[in-house]
Design a protein around this ligand. Structure first.
Ligand code: UDP
Length: 365
């Protein structure tokens, strides 16, 4: 069986690492399972791409389509053209896409039109917010998927509601958490720990990159100013995503507790998260990681496609509503944050389950 795995952006690399390892392990057991890794080049910045391949021991991609940046349509088109050529030269039995980035959707379309089955890892999650490009990517990808690998019962229900047959839904757990659990013992202090004199549980970490927060300058300035003031007794470490960096330049954000840094590698970033007093974010993956590490998480979004992180995890949604942000800080600073529980099957074995399912589906031996 030949699987083509597609990855294009930072969260994809974190998700494919355990899947590739599980395929290699299955092959070692004598199963006829091979993979080819396609990097679309959607993220090409060293800090958002190469570092993850090195730190997470992901094999070098077989090909990089080098699409680089562009508008939504430009990127989608470039990925589709590149991936169609790739499939013409190297066909496969199954195209595996992960997550909800532009590469996920673009490659699912190309594979399906080429008559190739599609497996979607992290299928079925929905925020209900059609202004998020990721929501459109999820809907289009799931409309073309043959095998749906899911992280939660919410995802299973969402898929059932759009008519997906139960027999094609495989509730396997969360590959992002496979990577986290495997790497917890390897997390390491970044240089900025000493540079800013950080101490356990006495600083916060912030990440912002969703268009709803960062594409409108005044909005972004207002949110960051409020957070810097509410958290004035805490250093706030803010690894700045390239999309956000462009906007920050013109803003009035001179606070002595607010430290802007480059995006961090996985092992450094999650060391900071694990030891943080709290995290402020608009990322999806980070809400899952904080839930598993039991770190309070304030999400600067109105919706989530991962409701389990709010219901049983450590996450609270505040959007960009100043009252909600203030209430969340009051809870945090008075030591009244909820304790998290770990969602079902987020146990480090999701990738193995995916590969076992595929071996069964394709009757491999
Ligand atoms: N991450 C990282 N360094 C950073 C910021 C994030 O390694 O400076 C990791 C984080 O641990 C998580 C992933 O990147 O695993 C989340 O990626 P992102 O927020 O870009 O995507 P999303 O989850 O929102 O799709």
């Amino acid at each position: 069986m030949n699987i083509t795995i597609i990855a294009g952006a930072r969260p994809n690399f974190i998700k494919i690492a355990p899947i590739i390892e599980a395929i290699q392990a299955k092959k070692q057991l004598g199963f006829d399972m091979n993979y080819r890794l396609v990097h679309t080049g959607q993220h090409y910045d060293k800090n958002l791409s190469d570092t993850f391949f090195t730190e997470l021991n992901i094999p070098f991609p077989d090909i990089n389509l080098e699409v680089k940046s562009g508008t939504q349509a430009e990127q989608t088109a470039a990925i589709m053209i590149g991936f169609e050529k790739e499939l013409q030269q190297n066909s496969c039995d199954l195209a595996m896409v992960v997550g909800d980035v532009t590469s996920t959707m673009a490659c699912a379309i190309v594979a399906k039109k080429a008559g190739i089955d599609v497996a979607h890892v992290e299928a079925g999650i929905r925020s209900g917010d059609m202004s998020m490009p990721e929501e459109i990517n999820r809907i289009v990808t799931d409309s073309l998927t043959n095998y749906f690998f899911t992280t939660s019962n919410y995802a299973n229900e969402n898929l059932a509601n759009i008519g997906v047959s139960k027999s094609n839904i495989y509730f396997v757990g969360n590959v992002m958490i496979d990577t986290l659990l495997k790497n917890l013992p390897k997390l390491r202090k970044p240089q900025i720990w000493d540079d800013f004199g950080l101490k356990n549980k006495t600083y916060m970490v912030m990440t912002l990159h969703r268009p709803s927060n960062v594409d409108e300058e005044k909005q972004l300035e207002k949110i960051i100013q409020q957070i810097a003031l509410l958290g004035k007794n805490y250093p706030i470490i803010f690894p700045v995503h390239p999309r956000t960096k462009k906007l920050l330049k013109g803003l009035d954000l001179n606070f002595s507790n607010l430290h802007f840094v480059e995006p961090l590698g996985y092992l450094h970033f999650n060391y900071l998260v694990k030891n943080a007093f709290a995290v402020l974010t608009d990322s999806g993956g980070i809400t899952e990681e904080t839930t598993v590490m039991n770190v309070p998480c304030i999400t600067l979004r109105d919706t989530t496609e991962r409701p389990e992180t709010c219901e049983i995890g450590t996450n609270v949604l505040v959007g960009n509503d100043t009252n909600k942000i203030e209430n969340a800080f009051n809870k945090l600073l008075s030591g009244n944050w909820k304790q998290g529980q770990i969602p079902e099957l987020w146990d480090g074995n999701a990738a193995k389950r995916i590969v076992d399912c595929l071996a069964e589906i394709y009757s491999l031996s």
